[in-house]
Design a protein around this ligand. Structure first.
Ligand code: GLU
Ligand code: MG
Length: 598
């Protein structure tokens, strides 16, 4: 999640005192980077995935499963056995928000050849096995909830009160109506903040304690990165809905399927003034979103006319950037990220060499947790301009995670090769984000999507061609579509992303084995989109609904939780089949059957 560095963390009061310093030097650091690498081009496609894992322990005797707070220790062991002894070790391990979480990535980025797609799942499997091999008896690598830290404290202090997360309860046959919780140890805060028919949560860990699946790509140039950033932003809600995997919170069945809004509320450090609840007195602006949320502005010239969300920016920073020759779209993007305060600061990292370090820039940048992240190269490195795709929920198995990752990477190739244009007004993308989190959005949701995605024609990386006349957008350009239509296409309505990917693949030289792997991944996505296969969220709901202990009252007991997580673990290990989730026959590699693996 960024920002998890080592040193002596300052208190919120001390951090706040340095906020201007961090912002000022963060901008200077950005300018140094920009000047050094703005013309960098011809970088090749490199990419990598990040999988976040949870560490759990099964108590088979009492039928309980608990998170284990051993992330630090596990991480240390994994690093000592891996990257520290072998710079070419195939996996890398990093800390994550909760002490029961770790994050794993491939040791080296993947390259641009098609055969790399055939190695993703093997690498994910290696990670899972590696992590499992350093765990104690009855412990496993898996999924869910909370643990407070310095960051948590500072979010609370900046905001001035606890975070409030209210998730609608799923109303089952026997769920009390209204559903009202009582909190025995409450000092009054919970009673005030909780709402009837909602599951109430009050800590950062309920959100940031959730796991996700992310992909980062290196673009060939800054303009390609900006183009991909915009195009993929429109895809975020669609793929998030397809990856839906988090229907349960704090022991209850909720009415949402995705973590997004929960994390957003869990790290919402805006004060009452910034949230518009009180007149501005001590703060500078009203801010319409949490620092974890969807993006607020497109970055490419083609995107400009679709920027229809009010953008709060730090005006001084914007003017400074413009004066230094940064264009309007990039300047406003940075000036928007920089309305936020740093959340942590380490005593050893206050005074930096702005020409050669970027910690202050990264401090603000990496605590703007948005659907997409535009990543300038680190100073003095051979890394190019990158974009990160961040909305996906982590799946139960390496097969599914590989499928989603490969689907997104292939989509970037198709967007670039066919010069596709998915842009719609950003406010519509935001509406899609809301829709995507709803229960069963994959089958029931309707999403705004661009009708003619080839229309951009020459509206590509370095210019916007003919589609760019005027400033208004044409409501005819987009319409409401189901995920099935968007992904699989519908005659006379929309070609579908999978058919486009397939036709791209037909024109590529791909070895038979890799092609087979890719086709299996695309089949999973296709069938999830059509509803033929379940999302993880839907599968979990059905698992709980059918559990003999479930009383149709939206309550998940310890024992139900135990059997659910145990089942998830078995599926992930290839010890239990789950055709309704994974299909039959096309996830061979998952079950330890080596046929077809490289
Ligand atoms: N765990 C967070 C999520 O589910 C992301 C943290 C990160 O940025 O690595 O979105
Ligand atoms: Mg992470």
């Amino acid at each position: 999640m960024g920002l998890l560095s080592q040193g002596s963390p300052l208190s919120w009061e001390e951090t706040r005192r340095h906020a201007e310093h961090v912002r000022k030097h963060g901008i200077l650091q950005f300018l140094h980077i920009y000047r050094a690498v703005r013309d960098r081009h011809k970088d090749v496609l490199k990419w990598g995935d990040e999988v976040e894992y949870m560490l759990v322990k099964f108590d088979h005797e009492n039928k309980k499963v608990r998170l284990v707070l051993c992330g630090e220790e596990v991480l240390q062991t994994l690093q000592d056995k891996g990257e520290k002894v072998n710079p070419n070790h195939p996996t890398l391990w990093r800390p994550e928000y909760g002490s029961y979480m770790i994050e794993g990535t491939p040791g080296q980025p993947y390259g641009g050849t098609m055969s790399e797609f055939n190695t993703v799942q093997d690498n994910m499997r290696k990670r899972r096995q590696e992590a499992a091999s350093v765990l104690k008896e009855n412990e496993a690598v898996c999924t869910v909830t909370s643990f407070p830290s310095t960051l948590t404290r500072n979010i609370r202090h900046r905001r001035g009160e606890k975070v409030v997360i209210n998730v609608p309860i799923f109303k089952d046959k026997n769920t009390p109506s209204p559903f009202i919780e009582t909190f025995p140890n409450d000092d009054g805060e919970a009673a005030k903040a909780s709402k009837p028919d909602y599951i109430y949560m009050d800590a950062m860990g309920f959100g940031m304690g959730n796991c996700c699946l992310q992909v980062t790509f290196q673009a060939c140039s800054i303009s390609e990165a900006r183009y991909l950033y915009d195009q993929l932003a429109t895809i975020c809600p669609i793929v998030m809905a397809l990856s839906a995997a988090s229907p349960f919170y704090r022991g209850y069945v909720s009415d949402i399927d995705c973590r997004w809004g929960v994390i957003s509320a869990s790290v919402d450090d805006r004060t009452r003034e910034e949230r518009g609840l009180e007149p501005l007195k001590n703060n500078h602006y009203r801010i319409s979103k949490s620092r974890y949320d969807s993006i607020d502005s497109y970055l490419s010239e083609c995107g400009e006319k679709y920027n229809d969300i009010d953008l709060t920016i730090d005006k001084d920073i914007y003017e400074h950037l413009i004066k230094e020759g940064i264009d309007h779209l990039l300047a406003q993007h940075i000036a928007h990220l920089f309305i936020r305060d740093p959340l942590t600061l380490f005593e050893e990292k206050i005074h930096l060499d702005d020409a050669n370090e970027s910690d202050h820039f990264e401090n603000i940048q990496s605590t703007n947790w948005q659907t997409m992240r535009f990543k300038p190269p680190p100073p003095n490195s051979d890394i190019g301009w990158r974009v990160e795709f961040r909305p996906m929920e982590v799946q139960l198995t390496d097969f599914e995670n590989s499928a989603y990752v490969v689907f997104v990477v292939l989509l970037t190739r198709v967007i670039l090769s066919y010069k596709l244009d998915f842009l719609i007004p950003l406010s519509k993308v935001d509406e899609n984000m809301k829709m995507a989190q709803k229960r069963d959005a994959v089958r029931q949701g309707m999403f705004y999507f661009r009708k003619d995605i080839c229309k951009g024609g020459n509206a590509v990386v370095d210019g916007c061609g003919s589609a760019q006349n005027g400033t208004g957008t044409d409501a005819e350009e987009y319409s409401l579509m189901s995920i099935d239509t968007i992904i699989n296409g519908k005659e006379g309505v929309f070609p579908g992303l999978i058919p486009i990917l397939n036709s791209y693949l037909e024109n590529m030289e791909v070895d038979v084995d890799t092609r087979c792997t890719i086709l299996n991944y695309l089949k999973l996505i296709k069938k999830r989109a059509s509803g033929e296969l379940m999302t993880v969220a839907r599968w979990m709901r059905e698992f709980i609904a059918q559990h003999p202990d479930y009383k149709q009252d939206s309550v998940i007991t310890d024992e139900m939780n135990y059997s659910l997580i145990w089942k998830c673990n078995q599926i992930a290990q290839g010890q239990a089949e789950c055709p309704e989730l994974l299909g039959v026959g096309f996830n061979k590699k998952q079950s330890g059957n080596k046929t077809g693996s490289v």
